[in-house]
Design a protein around this ligand. Structure first.
Ligand code: UDP
Length: 323
């Protein structure tokens, strides 16, 4: 993708800001939209001097008309960590439903292509392992995670309807656990939580017995896959993630080793509906996009640890999102 005008909802978020940066580096113009409920101005501060970058502060759950040409829309606005969507359940549902409707309506009006940030959460607590795109999932619609999972499932249905009904050039990326610089230290996700606890000399909080598994992808690998998918003619969902799977306990030990921390591991109750296993089947991404992750867990984690060391304010516990 080059020479296009791209609009990125959630452009000041963790993933959104990396997408903006990579699209600019490839010679595109970028318009970021963010309402800053979970995004942060500092994530895009370094892009503001670039004449090809602009920012609209707006809540995408409300109608918006963007003047001028738009060729591609990346819909990445959403609270995306368990703590965020427990604290912002209605906003999470609204941005998945109303926000997706507004963003894809804009794509239709502008003749732009559209890519939806979907999630491995559409598979819920999976009964099939690893998870291929053909698996329909095992989601509890009324549990605390349901606000995120069902919003994203609805968003996928909306995107496919706009593709089938209006012929919009749509794409759906199912994103598996991703980590890297610009995550918020205490957004509840395991990577920033463990790194910040280790750096601050706090206990590492392993939930349950730590036998649940996850597969972690470095953010720049993920963004490379997303841009390939946005450039493709694939309209069905594609998993993007790193299939290298490990238990959360093993992961805690890896973080202790890399941070050279002597924090102790303590055990806390497992959150409701916490998936027991998760690993992407990336056969489709490999064969159709020629994509697979390149960055090892150790290299990616070292870059992320470095980020939190250089940005100590990101590694301190914030007040509530509502305050
Ligand atoms: N987890 C943990 N301690 C923490 C935060 C998370 O043990 O302080 C576990 C959590 O229960 C889950 C896994 O780490 O099994 C990944 O959690 P995360 O919130 O990062 O993402 P999820 O894949 O659950 O959406």
């Amino acid at each position: 993708m080059t020479g296009k005008t791209c609009l990125v909802t959630g452009g000041a978020g963790f993933l959104g800001s990396h997408i903006c940066e990579q699209l600019l580096a490839k010679g595109n113009k970028v318009i970021a939209i963010d309402n800053f409920i979970t995004g942060a101005a500092k994530n895009i501060e370094h892009l503001k001097a670039n004449a090809d970058f602009s920012l609209i502060e707006h809540d995408i759950t409300k109608y918006i008309d963007v003047p001028g040409e738009v060729n591609a829309i990346f819909h990445f606005a959403s609270p995306a960590s368990p703590i965020d969507y427990l604290e912002l359940p209605i906003q999470t549902l609204k941005v998945g439903a109303l926000g997706t409707h507004n963003a894809i309506g804009l794509a239709l009006a502008k003749g732009a292509s559209f890519i939806l940030a979907s999630t491995s959460e559409v598979y819920g607590d999976p009964l099939v392992h690893p998870q291929p795109e053909s698996y329909w999932g095992n989601v509890n619609p009324i549990g605390p995670r349901g606000v995120y999972d069902e919003a994203k499932r609805f968003a996928e249905a909306m995107v496919m309807a706009y593709h089938r009904e209006h012929g919009v050039d749509t794409h759906i990326v199912r994103i598996f656990n991703t980590y890297g610089p610009r995550m918020r230290g205490f957004d509840g996700r395991v990577v920033p939580a463990f790194i910040c606890q280790a750096l601050n000399g706090e206990s590492i909080t392993v939930f349950g017995e730590g036998q649940q598994t996850r597969s972690f992808c470095y953010v720049l690998d993920l963004v490379a896959g997303i841009i390939k998918l946005a450039d493709s003619d694939i309209h069905e969902p594609v998993n993007i993630g790193n299939p290298s799977e490990r238990t959360i306990l093993d992961f805690a030990q890896k973080i202790l080793e890399l941070t050279k921390s002597d924090s102790e591991i303590i055990y806390k109750p497992l959150p409701v509906d916490d998936p027991k296993i998760r690993q992407p089947d990336i056969t489709k991404a490999k064969s159709l996009l020629g994509w697979e992750p390149q960055v090892s867990l150790e290299d990616g984690l070292n870059k992320t640890i470095e980020y939190f060391k250089l940005n100590p304010s990101s590694a301190t516990r914030p007040a509530s999102l509502h305050s």
